[in-house]
Design a protein. Structure first.
Length: 321
């Protein structure tokens, strides 16, 4: 239940650093897993786009709610021609009264919940002894993934590829400063990786089926619009394919939508969604040799779970001071 509001209550403002501190990986994985197990109302996100010079900007609205508890909505602007390309804010409210409770930095919330969802899926799909992580991309989500995976797997090497070699070097240096074994690489080939995690805005495949060795888990994070893709159809066709939600994947996941349009498979090829994995309704990985793929486009329930965890942590911390 939401914390009781009083006449003196103020809307909490949780900035980037505070949100990150209030969302430690272990607690966040548990909160998101619990949300997938129990569920919430989370319509497909509203997406609106317009031309901005040579690029197409997007406005995304992602609402979710649990009756008697909380409601929340994330407002996201995606502007590929700018840095940062994504800006977001999250408003958490009391579901009963509608009173606003907290305004959270949506960037930190999104980065951490996105990485946590990927790692949650990987717990079911990757080999538990996975030690080599290949990151494709060098942005904020890639940084979160590079931090989250070592919290759940015995990662001994993180290789980072980006079209901008300088950004890959900078991300590797940042992760090393945080205690992670990271290095930039010039080639995105996944032949030595146990886990490949892609967080880009690519419109052409970066990971191809013939280049992925048996036993690899591929985590596709970045292509959140139908015209984007980070993998080819051959990879998805040979893999055990799981998604965050079927509705989202079939509407928005370019990797899946384009592979279906090309005739590689149909919607029945999706083996499981994340709720089915965490509830034990699908076994996930069944052998060390399988190739597995997790494709996410983001689910508003993840944002709601993360916002609740951050808000209750902040209120509880204030009460103990």
């Amino acid at each position: 239940m939401p914390w009781p509001m009083t006449e003196e209550a103020r809307l909490l403002h949780l900035d980037h650093a505070r949100v990150e501190a209030l969302l430690p990986w272990s607690a966040l994985l548990e909160a998101i897993g619990a949300m997938f197990r129990t569920g919430c109302e989370a319509p497909l996100r509203h997406a609106h786009a317009w031309a901005e010079g040579a690029e197409r900007n997007s406005l995304l609205l992602m609402p979710a709610w649990q009756a008697g508890r909380y409601t929340g909505v994330k407002i996201v602007h995606v502007a590929p021609g700018h840095a940062p390309a994504v800006n977001a804010a999250y408003l958490l409210s009391d579901a009963g009264s509608g009173a606003p409770l907290a305004l959270l930095d949506g960037g930190a919330l999104t980065d951490r919940r996105t990485a946590a969802a990927s790692v949650l899926a990987a717990r079911h799909l990757a080999r538990p002894d996975s030690r080599r992580l290949l990151l494709l991309g060098s942005g904020k989500v890639a940084h979160a993934l590079g931090s989250a995976y070592p919290a759940a797997f015995p990662i001994e090497d993180i290789s980072i590829w980006s079209r901008d070699a300088g950004r890959a070097e900078r991300l590797a240096a940042r992760l090393r400063a945080e205690g992670h074994p990271a290095r930039a690489v010039a080639d995105p080939h996944p032949d030595d990786a146990d886990i490949v995690s892609a967080a880009t805005l690519s419109r052409a495949p970066l990971v191809r089926g013939e280049g992925v060795r048996p036993g690899t888990h591929v985590d596709l994070v970045g292509a959140f619009r139908p015209e984007m893709r980070e993998s080819d159809a051959a990879l998805l066709a040979r893999a055990i394919l799981a998604v965050d939600t079927r509705a989202g994947a079939l509407a928005e996941a370019g990797d899946v939508v384009q592979a279906i349009a090309e005739g590689a498979f149909d919607a029945a090829h999706i083996a499981a969604d994340l709720a089915e994995l965490v509830r034990g309704e699908h076994p996930g990985r069944r052998s060390p040799e399988e190739v597995t793929v997790f494709k996410s486009v983001g689910w508003a329930g993840e944002d709601l779970a993360a916002a609740i965890l951050a808000y209750e942590g902040a209120v509880d911390g204030a009460a103990r001071e």
